[in-house]
Design a protein around this ligand. Sequence first.
Ligand code: GLN
Length: 536
Amino acid sequence: MGSTKYVFVTGGVTSSLGKGIISASLGRLLQARGYRVTIQKLDPYINVDPGTLNPYEHGECYVTDDGAETDLDLGHYERFLDIQTSQANNVTTGRIYQSVINKERRGDYLGKTVQVIPHITDEIKRRITLLGRKNEYDFIITEIGGTVGDIESLPYIEAVRQLRWDLGDENTAFVHLTLVPYLAASGELKTKPTQHSVKVLLENGIQPDVLVLRAEHELDKALRKKVALFCNVEFDAVIQSIDVSTIYEVPLLMREEGLDEIVLKKLKIEFNASPNLKEWSQFVEKLKSSSQEVRIALVGKYVELADSYKSIIESLIHAGAKNEVKVKVTSVHSERVNVGNIDEKLTGYHGILVAPGFGDRGIDGKILSAKFARENKIPFLGICLGLQSAVIEFARNVLGYSDAHSTEMTNITKHPVIDLMEEQKGVTEKGGTMRLGGYACSLKPDSKVQEAYKVGMVRERHRHRYEFNNDFLDEFEKGGMISTGINPESGLVEIMEQTNHPWFVGTQFHPEYRSTVLNPHPLFVAFIKAAKRYSE
Ligand code: GLN
């Protein structure tokens, strides 16, 4: 294939229509035809990255191998395409302005007035085409966050309008996702919001090539024809995206609608064969046909918003399909768990997962949950603060250090079993300063984790400032909680497990950032396997 092709995905009418899933599905279909694809997300907010955002704002903060704190859509891209993304795959308005302002301070604009157009738009264009520079990809799909018509997405829309001009019509395609609401009272599907949102795009100089209409009900030919006519889009390029029970069905649905073919035709790329979706279909088949249920309690403090633990929930789904069970995840609010109700809160589950987090709100509930899993021999997976909670619990109740704690929560303890990492001691700025991204971890032979991974060395992603305090390692190991994963350079403990338990594992890293449909994460697979065994 000649030059890199750029596909821009915009959204209209409302947010949360699933642009990320449509982008990832298109990416998957093109990849299944043998093309090299990556996906990028442009976020119109002024935060430099979502690392400083509370999960209640936009859900989980996803972390890439190169240590970027990014939007959770990058998680979908990696899970659907089984690729690694990087900092270049997520651009925010904050980052754009930061680099333009830095350039201005350096004097790079040679006395010119610095303006949104052309300076901000040029920087946006530079960031979009950056991924195409090394000729690593046949397709770059760029998802533009927000909804067209928003004031803050205007510079992005203008930048991609210019890119069509710069790169040429045959190298760019515009996919616009809208909503066709159903009015129950009159029993009608309404196209007016779609017409309006396309009008907004046209006002900004963009003619969409493909319209993906999100709807609860099947759209008939007449409706599609109407949309095609009023929006200047070819009839075949108006397709529907009907609600489905799992996001993993969307690529199959988009295949039926021919989204990949429409885009290839628009870009004048010849094709004959169909995409190879065999493995993908098998996965969806397993997901839907498994009936044996495994119940997992997910203990965390951001449970009100399902997106806060997106990657964990998806990793559990992947591991469920691999084990041919249906994983039913129940959120348990860590702030509402106490000594009086722990039995009632956690009885009936086949596995307990204590989630990552920051600060002391809800920490007691996490510590109690780890204790419950240890004492009742329920399979346990603790991630980051989840591992730290299990360590504190073990120190208090097995080693007998009743004041043991993490120095994130208190300074008045003689037993700081979790402590600030040495390299973090001088850090005062919050953004981008944690221990972030991929680090090596060597596994202890004959451990639970080594059995799961089946290799000696792995690489996993991190996001933390605190760490197991190695001063206490001997006592822990004598007591039955051993370190089974260590960073070979720094000696930091990355994994701990309990020897006197069928499956009790805590990781300082986040395995959930590396689970994909085609490669479910070994630790999640092993955790669900243990939970399945427990349920039997
Ligand atoms: N708050 C803990 C730390 O900074 C755990 C972080 C996390 O769970 N991601 O070490």
